[in-house]
Design a protein around this ligand. Sequence first.
Ligand SMILES: Cc1cc2nc3c(=O)[nH]c(=O)nc-3n(C[C@H](O)[C@H](O)[C@H](O)COP(=O)(O)O)c2cc1C
Length: 238
Amino acid sequence: MGKQEQLAESLKTEWTPTEETILKRRSVRMYTKEQVPEFMINRILEAGRFAPSAGNSQPWKFIVIREPEIIKGLTDTTVKICKLFKSLIDYRRPGRRWLLPIAKFNIKVKPKDLHPVPFGACTLIADGKLGLFHGAPTVILIFKDVRGVSNPDLDCGIAGQNMVLAAHSMGLGTCWVGFVKLAFQYVLKWKQFFGISYPYKFASSIAIGWPVGEPDGMVKRATHAVDWYENDSKKTIY
Ligand SMILES: Cc1cc2nc3c(=O)[nH]c(=O)nc-3n(C[C@H](O)[C@H](O)[C@H](O)COP(=O)(O)O)c2cc1C
């Protein structure tokens, strides 16, 4: 049996370490207070730096925050904005039906931000029922360079997921945190604090730390039909 055939044979019964990391990764929302060693964060950043990007434009800027006061400051700002959003457009509360037309208008203008899932989470954050960075001691902010070739958001997502998978492969926990976008979108203070201006725009962020317990395990996903063309025919797999 050739080397390639041997490898293919072993893959019939075993996941590769990369597949295991991908399949077992979960969003971790509870961390110990212990800080992650600096060299591990450097390795995680390196995984991000080596991500592919359109035209190799590498349209990102990473900022590492390990200062609890800064993490708290970003959290407080985001919570305040969530509270404001909730008070301005949450028409579901008793006596607030009159907010419905305003909510409808806002949903038209910002359909992604006000999709029921993020809006529900926004309400939970406003009510203190969902943390922002979940107590993680390290946060990596990802900013996109809007001049990136093609689609810088996609490139930042690829770089971010490289970092997430690298972190999980080291036994760390991570959680993507998109909600802190509100602090950069609506408050000038934080952009000034981090020196963010054109061509950079907030893309997303990743909370990193040592997980409490063992949250890893496969999580259910929808089965999307995949069309497959081969040998003059088409099949659909699930
Ligand atoms: C771009 C992005 C932004 C996210 N933002 C948040 C967030 O702000 N807060 C949070 O708790 N989870 C956030 N998540 C985590 C998702 O809720 C989570 O990935 C999804 O529910 C699937 O669960 P799993 O990661 O455990 O597989 C985000 C995920 C992605 C990819």
